[in-house]
Design a protein around this ligand. Sequence first.
Ligand code: HEM
Ligand code: HEM
Ligand code: NAG
Length: 416
Amino acid sequence: MLTNSRLASAALSTLLALTPLTTADPVSYCPADEICYQVGVPTSSAASGSGNIYLQLRAPTSYTWVALGTGSSMTGANMFVLYTSGSGSNVTISPRLGSGHVPPAYDSAADVELLDGSGVEAGVMTANVRCGSCASWAGGSMSLSGSSTDWIAAWRAGGALASDDVQASIERHDAHDSFTFDLAQAQVDSDANPYTGAASSEGDTAAGSGSGAGAAAGAPWYLREIPALEAAHGIIMAVVMVVMFPLGSLLMPVFGKWWLHGAWQAVAWLAMWAGFAIGIVLAQRTGINFTTHHTNLGTAVVALFGVQPALGYLHHMHYVRAQSRGVVSHVHVWYGRALMILGIVNGGLGLLLAGSRHALVVAYAVVAAVVFVAYLAGAAFGEVKKARSGGAVVNGRKQNGASMENGNGRERKVSA
Ligand code: HEM
Ligand code: HEM
Ligand SMILES: *[C@@H]1O[C@H](CO)[C@@H](O)[C@H](O)[C@H]1NC(C)=O
């Protein structure tokens, strides 16, 4: 479905590009890896020197605010500040007027409208904006067909502002930039939102809640891949932490075959590293990096899991030699249990970070709880079985499969 709609929209844009009636597309500029701006000027506005122009601001939710402005410095600039809305699922665009190196004040005279296709999707804020006061405003003016128009930009990393208030207070930028756009190259045919349209409505219906092809259509490739990376990372990590590690741990008390447990956990462990690698790429592409609990705790959990196979092997060697659990055995068991819990908690943090739908978060919690209870029951069952048969040795071999190490001999100590 998704692929079909992508293909269809690719075919559609190729067609549009080949149509001689179509003039240029919006121009774009990305001052930082993950922050991109676009400007499209309807031919009618370019011809008359007044009227609407269409802006797009895109940035990961790891920024508390991101702004674009017309002008060459803060003073007199006509600014558009983007941040997440109160619900967190849409964005607020706040027009402000610069007056020097101080927080710009809300500009109630600005003719600004947030359009279709705006929102927060896969950790990326998008604002499609109609500006009817960009040719002239209280602080200055701009030629809508100028080949070298002045623009400024600024941004600040941090948590979501989550406000519907267009006057929300913002703190000073981490960085700023100034650049020019050749608006003669930015013309679009009609006086309408150029960032949605055929591709978008089509993508939305075909791909459901996916990353609407339209919303992503104007984005650079590294932002367009985010939803796929996010799904791959989330699914692999959730399967590894919530299903594979707990089930693999259950295999031990239930079947008592160390090699079955070892092989299963080795597969899960390798998958964990694959999911981690994707998580790193995702953290870079979204600009989230190590600014969140999810990425910090996740990295710690993955790194700590790194030595678990070695602990398992040491336990096995110990067991073969001593025929009983030793310190290393208890470390392997309890270290593993603690990390599994942290891994499951971290997956929940990941879902929250990604702004996932409520239902998905609940489903994750329910599955995690069910698997975890099953695991506890299995582990307890194993311990009870072991305690009952403690010391019951037939021909030098334990009879039931509930020992930590099946077939290797007696269990002297019976404790977890
Ligand atoms: C709380 C709000 C803000 C404060 C306190 C603030 C403060 C400052 C200060 C002190 C400087 C000069 C030092 C430096 O280079 O960092 C500056 C420069 C700059 N700021 Fe801001 N700023 C704010 C918001 C914004 C916004 C929303 C934009 C949006 C586009 C922006 C764009 C710029 C640019 C382009 C420069 C360099 C050009 C110039 O000096 O005007 N600032 N700002
Ligand atoms: C125990 C380890 C981990 C688990 C269980 C885990 C699980 C998850 C889950 C379930 C999601 C939600 C994905 C979705 O919406 O479908 C997620 C998101 C994410 N993960 Fe992890 N993860 C782990 C480690 C890491 C690490 C080590 C990093 C990077 C250093 C990382 C980076 C990310 C990022 C950046 C997101 C959010 C993407 C976005 O908001 O667009 N994760 N994770
Ligand atoms: C965000 O708000 C704008 C303006 O009201 C609307 O057109 C758009 O569809 C909204 N986006 C989402 C994801 O609800």
